[in-house]
Write a protein that binds this ligand. Structure first.
Ligand code: CP
Length: 332
């Protein structure tokens, strides 16, 4: 994808997250994780799923461990699901209120991290608007501490990528024969980047990235993807359609981006538009949604939509990742 400023000169984080023997220490990015590891993670996550309305799966694999949620950007789904996932595995959970934390008084992020580390926090779940922050923290924490990236600028959102992969796999099976269309603000989307990395590693049949030219992907970032500004071409025969929000908080200059009505007319995913996609195509959205802009409201609530399943799968994926890094801690 096209590099925004935040991507420039970022070191490769992929070697930081796995120990030499392949055990997972941190989760910073899906870049560099191979298809077999991703498949194992999806299998582990799937084992945590139980029907809505039944008692959720519980384990004690994090008993005695402490997880801190450090969200320096807003979140509903990711924060709540890491919280639930940690508790369902028996961990103590600290949700730092960033609005009343000492970072507001000028404390550096590393001093905040070192303070929590001194309180025997084992796993830190970090969301930040700064590119490179999760890896920067990972390079500086004690050996026993794990860092999980919960959304990093426009760079990476690896647990979102995993939950998207799990949702697709549960509906469509193997990735090799699938056509996946991701539609919207690709340029500023950490969700699109992580989904593209995961889908590529799992050998997706065809990946299409559709957006207005001003929000387009860079071919060099996703060499195998088809990049287009034509929604009708992009949706033709697609098995999976993922709509993305325009990331207004990351866009300084809105020149070249259509207004709301024009955007919905040209790039909005609607019942009518979905007639171009494959029969039984599924509609995804990472949330938060702007109904009536990138997705027709009634489509988001229709039987084609798997948006609430994505949320359910997010808890399972986060349980799988928490259990993985806790196992690594226990075996060190
Ligand atoms: N998809 C996602 O990251 O949602 P939140 O911002 O609510 O966590």
């Amino acid at each position: 994808m096209k590099s925004t400023d935040s991507h420039q000169n970022l070191p490769d984080d992929s070697s930081l997250q796995l120990l030499a023997d392949g055990r997972m220490r941190h989760l910073l990015t899906l870049q560099g994780l191979d298809g077999s590891l991703l498949t194992e993670l999806l299998d582990e996550a799937e084992a945590f799923l139980s029907p809505i309305g039944s008692a959720p799966e519980r384990r004690v694999s994090l008993a005695g461990r402490t997880v801190a949620n450090l969200f320096f950007e807003p979140s509903t789904r990711t924060r709540a699901s890491f919280d639930l996932a940690s508790r369902r595995l028996g961990a103590d959970v600290l949700n730092l209120d960033v609005n009343t934390s000492s970072r507001k008084k000028g404390e550096s992020i590393l001093d905040t991290i070192f303070t929590l580390q001194a309180m025997q926090v084992d796993i830190m779940v970090v969301r930040d608007a700064g590119a490179g922050v999760p890896a920067y923290i990972a390079r500086n924490v004690n050996d026993h501490v794990s860092i999980l990236n919960a959304g990093e600028a426009d760079v990476s959102h690896p647990t979102q990528g995993l939950l998207d992969l799990l949702t697709i796999r549960r509906h469509k099976g193997d990735f090799e024969d699938l056509t996946v269309a991701i539609v919207g603000d690709i340029l500023h989307s950490r969700v699109a980047r992580s989904a593209a990395q995961g889908l590529t590693a799992l050998g997706v049949g065809e990946l299409r990235l559709i957006s207005p030219p001003a929000l387009a992907a860079d071919q060099n970032e996703v060499p195998g993807a088809i990049i287009s500004d034509n929604l009708d071409d992009g949706l033709k025969g697609a098995d999976v359609v993922m709509a993305l929000r325009i990331q207004r908080e990351r866009i300084g200059n809105l020149d070249g981006i259509p207004g709301i009505d024009e955007y919905f007319a040209r790039y909005g995913i609607s019942h009518e538009r979905m007639k171009i996609a494959a029969p039984n195509a599924i509609v995804m959205h990472p949330g938060p949604m702007n109904r009536g802009i990138e997705i027709e409201s009634t489509l988001a609530d229709s039987t084609a939509s798997v948006i609430t399943e994505q949320v359910t799968n997010g808890v399972a994926v986060r349980m799988a990742i928490l259990e993985r890094v806790a196992k690594t801690m226990d075996s060190r």
